[in-house]
Design a protein around this ligand. Structure first.
Ligand SMILES: [Zn+2]
Length: 306
């Protein structure tokens, strides 16, 4: 009894610190080594500075309908890469049988160069974009404005110093090309979720226009999934353009080009005054617990999505 309790508690241990690029690479490989029959790590591409975009795939049947979780698009949003890593760890530790009939692909850090830069200096550089050198002292393309659907001026910036600089062309960045190519080469992906912080919101397309999705069935599907996630997390669901237009984001491309259901989720906190992007590490467990049920729902819901 005591030993069983010990096993259960240790299975529920949480990170004490946020992962950076190096520790994440190590820990993904460790998961692969610990669970070799169900976990495998692949490299979807490399960043501008040559770091791996490592994806861990959890499945015993890789043709099973898949959820693709993308984290760490924006460097300073640390909880948005920690949650995806913890999802991989906890699915393997506690819900492994789910992976007989479902597939989960997880890319915890899509922007490793930005993440490493964000930790430089005093360790909180408030950096968002990748680390593309643009000349004249400007750096970085906003990867969530660089996808090739509705890529335009409105809802993004063509000024290199802007935090929402869209790049010189759609998919000009290796990080967005890697995600595009990964989705293109995995037809079993039925739902894509990208995590951000902060705001406690659940977004669905469109971001690039104010009008709703025209196809009634596809609109209803997005609304239902967003509302269910929102109910399970106590976040707020809305169309992605509700706070203002966003063009070139991952979800508009994923849905607009591929027809795949896609959500963008802004994690805790709700407001900037509560830590903003730099959620304290002792909050990691709370955010995980708040989101866990919604993730199990998304994993299984992938099977119900056409
Ligand atoms: Zn973000």
């Amino acid at each position: 009894m005591i030993s069983l309790l010990f096993v259960m508690l240790s299975a529920l241990s949480f990170s004490q610190t946020y992962h950076r690029y190096g520790t994440l690479e190590n820990d993904l490989r460790l998961l692969e080594k610990t669970y070799p029959t169900v976990a495998s790590v692949s490299v979807a591409g490399t960043s501008v500075e040559g770091r791996n975009l490592s994806v861990i795939t959890l499945s015993r049947n890789k043709t099973a309908p898949a959820l693709f979780i993308v984290g760490g698009i924006h460097a300073r949003e640390r909880i948005a890469s920690e949650l995806p890593f913890l999802v991989a760890k906890k699915l393997l530790e506690t819900n492994s049988s789910l992976l007989d009939t479902h597939t989960v692909h997880i890319l915890p850090i899509m922007n490793p160069d930005g993440v490493e830069y964000d930790y430089s200096g005093a360790g909180k550089m408030s950096w968002r974009k990748n680390r593309r050198s643009l000349g004249g002292g400007a750096f970085g393309v906003d990867l969530n404005r660089n996808f090739g659907f509705g890529w335009s001026n409105e809802g993004a910036s063509d000024a290199p110093f802007s935090d929402v600089y869209k790049g010189t062309a759609p998919f000009s960045e290796p990080e967005t090309r890697a995600v595009r190519d990964f989705i293109n080469s995995h037809p079993e992906i039925k739902i894509v979720v990208n995590y951000h912080s902060f705001g406690e919101q659940v977004f669905f397309p469109w971001g690039s226009k104010y009008s709703p999705i025209k196809d009634e069935a596809k609109l209803k599907r997005h609304q239902l999934i967003a509302e269910t996630v929102a109910k399970l997390t106590s976040y707020t669901p809305m169309q992605a353009s509700a706070p203002g237009l966003v063009t070139g984001d991952i979800c508009d491309w994923t849905f607009g080009e591929k027809g795949i259901t896609c959500l963008g989720i802004e994690l805790d906190p709700r407001e900037h005054i509560h830590y903003g992007h730099y959620l304290p590490e002792n909050e990691i467990e709370n955010v995980f617990r708040r989101n866990w049920e919604s993730i199990l729902y998304l994993v299984t819901e992938a099977k119900n999505v056409p």
